[in-house]
Design a protein around this ligand. Structure first.
Ligand code: S3P
Length: 444
């Protein structure tokens, strides 16, 4: 058995400024687009997590020359569909759902079968959601009935522009079709329920012909395919999803203050700040700048000992899809009963997160009422644990691991937390920042 994290809570307060690691969604998109550009692309502050290292290794297998020096990444793109590889290659996406789905969009013209595999968690996730539109575009698949990995894809010489209706609010599905559109003639039209819009923003930054019509709940996206674009420079901002753990830790710690610099504050990513502020936090976003079509800023947060319950509007769900676990933890410490609904998609993540988020709260002694797609959380602001909690069997989900660590430093008690390496898939500096803020833990 690998090492486990042991935490015995001691009260702590801090006043610090931190930087968190680069944004995962943007790092993956810059890599994929760098591989399709003409010339040498330079990406600064790329996230060097396991998901990204797996993504880089897969692109190398597709013949893309990539070198990494500290957090700088150089990509030699050969233009659209410029992959160069021989038969029988296997791409291992590890834990990364985003890379696994998005790369399929760039393989719609692959002349050979490519086998796509992933780790245990990724091999349970649904790929039918991207297979269906990609088949309409012209790609062919060999896949099991459940439409899970491993699968094989072979492209076709002729690909079609399609009209695609994306109704889950999934940026991965939308982006997979957008990337496939690059290699399809004519105009691809996507009518997508709102979700993070980084692919749209980077297409615009690169001069790829795209038109986006924003409606109340949906966006209509039109892309003209087969237009070459040049290599580029991009400095990746910090990941707001990683910040969320430390923002909630600050709120729930006494006499603490935290500044986080240069964070991606795209509206589609910071729904959790809106929710926390509605719960009584006073999180401030300062020094807002627009770079590469994305908003970046510094985030300032102070302790807020008395949070109130929230009734989270499902309209916001896709704007905080990766932050629900840590928001559930804030709700556990808030006064009153919080409710979250229409959350079926949360059970389709690296683990069935709605179900396991509820299990984690129950382990703490927090009452929940769970259905297939909703949860009510009965907050207990005075809960102080004096028992030992053993956190295991959570699918090695990185966000559950990090949520459990924040819970340990918030609710007291003794904690033994398994899956110690899981956080490295998205946030390799996580435990270093925990130490920097003055918290202690042991590896056992
Ligand atoms: C992502 C989109 C989200 C999110 C994932 C990253 C992206 O998934 O959960 O961590 O970069 O496009 P869905 O689009 O499937 O909701």
């Amino acid at each position: 058995m690998g090492k486990r994290l042991f935490i015995k809570n001691k009260n702590n307060s801090f006043k610090k400024t931190i930087l968190v690691d680069g944004d995962k969604s943007i790092s993956i998109r810059t890599l994929l687009l760098g591989s399709q550009a003409f010339g040498k692309t330079f990406i600064e502050n790329i996230l060097l997590s396991e998901d990204i290292i797996n993504s880089i290794n897969c692109l190398k297998k597709l013949g893309v020359k990539i070198s990494v020096n500290k957090k700088n990444c150089f990509i030699e793109g050969k233009g659209l569909n410029g992959f160069e590889f021989k038969k029988d290659i296997i791409l291992n996406a590890g834990n990364s759902g985003t890379f696994a789905r998005l790369i399929l969009g760039l393989l719609v013209k692959s002349p050979f079968y490519i086998r796509l595999i992933g780790d245990k968690s990724l091999s349970k996730r649904d790929f039918g959601r991207v297979i269906l539109p990609l088949q309409k575009i012209g790609a062919n698949f060999k896949v099991n009935n459940k439409k899970t990995l491993p699968l094989q894809i072979i492209g076709s010489y002729f690909t079609n522009p399609i009209h695609y209706y994306e109704n889950r609010g999934s940026a991965q599905c939308k982006s997979t079709v957008m990337l496939a559109a690059l290699n399809s003639p004519g105009q691809t039209v996507i009518n997508a329920k709102k979700s993070r819009d980084h692919t749209e923003n980077i297409f615009k930054y690169l001069g790829i012909p795209i038109m986006v019509q924003k409606k109340k709940n949906n966006d209509i996206i039109k892309i003209r395919g087969q237009k070459a674009f040049k290599s580029f420079r991009y400095k990746v901002p910090s990941d707001p999803s990683s910040c969320a753990f430390f923002i909630v830790l600050t709120l729930l710690s006494k006499n603490s203050e935290l500044k986080i610099k240069d964070v991606n504050v795209n509206k589609s990513r910071i729904g959790y700040i809106e929710i926390l502020n509605k719960m009584g936090a006073k999180i401030k976003i300062k020094n807002v700048k627009t770079k590469y079509g994305e908003k970046q800023a510094d985030i300032h947060v102070k302790s807020q000992p008395s949070l109130k319950k929230i009734n989270c509007s499902p309209r916001l769900n896709s704007n905080l899809i990766d932050e629900f676990l840590i928001i559930f933890l804030a709700a556990a410490k808030a006064k009153g009963v919080s409710s979250f609904s229409n959350l079926g998609e949360l059970n389709k993540k690296e683990s069935p997160r709605l179900k396991l988020g509820s299990k984690l709260l129950n382990q703490l002694g927090i009452k929940t009422k769970l259905t297939n797609n909703s949860i009510k959380i009965f907050g207990n602001p005075t809960l102080n644990l004096n028992k030992t909690l053993n956190i295991k069997n959570y699918y090695r989900d990185h966000r559950i691991f990090m949520t459990a660590v924040i819970a340990a430093f918030t609710f007291g008690g003794k904690w033994i937390i398994n899956d110690i390496d899981s956080y490295k898939s998205s946030f390799p500096s996580f435990l270093n920042i925990i130490k920097k803020l003055g918290y202690k833990f042991k590896l056992i």
